[in-house]
Design a protein around this ligand. Sequence first.
Ligand code: PRP
Ligand code: URA
Length: 215
Amino acid sequence: MRSDQIVSNLIVLDHPLIQHKLTYIRNKNTGTKEFRELVDEVAGLMAFEITRDLPLEEISVETPVTTAKTKTLSGKKIGLIPILRAGLGMVDGILRMIPAAKVGHVGLYRDPQTLKPVEYYIKLPSDIEERELIVIDPMLATGGSANDAIHSLKKRGATNIKLMCLVGAPEGVKVIQDEHPDVDIYLAALDECLNDHGYIVPGLGDAGDRLFGTK
Ligand code: PRP
Ligand code: URA
């Protein structure tokens, strides 16, 4: 029996390893190197859950002992779509689990005054309509960035999209649930709220700055 908390299309992954590592990610005294390593590790762990429904097919292999009927992935195509910049920090961890995935990029930054996303770059695999796309970003705050990225993908033909973030605020979850009821949301933690600057509380601060050592 899975212990993950599932509410509608929101899945919060409460695996002990994920929760343990997230504690260090949240700690303001965790430096850039360790922060980056931990985000990478948690992304890899979350990949197990997000790929749980990948289709399998049965094949035969010769073991040293006999012929075994066994399972292999049936070739479903996956696309990872990190939202720049901070989403980049989660790509390698997932790619270690799904090395054949293609990677597209959506460049968005959140205007610090309006908190609205501004798109500055998009480059996607040519066949996104055939792929299961996983939009990745450590933070789901107001939901503006993820919402914008998902609209951009749908406008270009994507029909099968999941969203994977480390930490989400209820406000951002609601935006995605209202705008994209077809998109399952995977979080390592659902936090309390947003503060006046649109930061997640308790959160982990500015994910991009902490990943890349900028300020
Ligand atoms: C952060 C974060 C998300 C966005 C979340 O990016 O990585 O993309 O904010 O906030 P929202 O849900 O309110 O849109 P930021 O704009 O700081 O850019 P960066 O990744 O380049 O640091
Ligand atoms: N973006 C971040 O990096 N952190 C937050 O808490 C909110 C938006």
